[in-house]
Design a binder for this molecule. Structure first.
Ligand code: HEC
Length: 173
């Protein structure tokens, strides 16, 4: 297939060749993706289900984190809202590492914002996931005491780990 494309490119111009390649790549991407996404994982459930599950869990974490942020910014933080949100983040945090089986990499055609760097640099990813778990635990501990200053400090530390992971392992928004 390489030769005909090259010939076409020479005959009809680079623009046409690029268009033909792009169209072809798109079709391949779609079929590889759906085939990979229906694969069953060793731990049960399909690739697609795992990607959906982590998407929802991350959204939960994001919503809870925003609640804490909003409360800290308000003049009179609602401690109950902060406690519930911090507990939810701390509940999810130990599981983050399990949401990224190798079968769910975008390198295999899976539709996800997770970057292939997760599986290229697994030790770095695991290290950040572990730091995040620690930070989220500390945030939860601080939240349950109701000490707003301690909550603020732990909130910042946790946010640093969200950012560290997203910077290297998640597609930019
Ligand atoms: C160890 C890595 C890691 C940590 C820590 C982490 N995230 Fe994520 N997050 C990801 C990855 C990877 C995705 C993309 C998942 C996907 O698309 O499959 C993501 C997605 C998201 C999304 C979008 C949901 C989606 O899938 O579109 C939100 C919101 C989010 N994270 C919020 C947070 C917040 C807030 C924190 C910290 C309190 C956090 N994350 C900590 C790796 C991480």
């Amino acid at each position: 297939m390489t030769v005909p494309y090259r010939t076409l490119g020479k005959t009809l111009g680079a623009g046409f060749a690029l268009f033909a390649l792009a169209a072809c790549g798109g079709e391949n991407g779609a079929s590889v993706s759906s085939e990979q996404e229906s694969k069953v994982l060793p731990g049960g459930g399909t690739v697609k289900e795992m990607v959906e599950k982590r998407h929802e869990a991350m959204e939960d974490i994001g919503d809870s984190f925003k609640t804490i942020s909003d409360q800290l910014k308000s003049g009179s933080p609602d401690l109950e809202a902060i406690k519930g949100s911090a507990a939810l983040i701390a509940e999810h945090a130990p599981n983050v590492g399990d949401w990224f089986p190798a079968e769910t990499s975008p390198a295999l055609g899976v539709d996800t914002d997770a970057l292939a760097t997760i599986w290229e640099r697994p030790e770095e990813f695991a290290a950040i996931a572990a730091k995040f778990e620690t930070a989220a635990g500390e945030l939860n501990t601080a939240a349950q005491t109701g000490d707003v200053e301690a909550i603020g400090a732990a909130f910042k530390a946790t946010g640093g780990q969200c950012k560290a992971c997203h910077d290297d392992f998640r597609e930019d928004d």
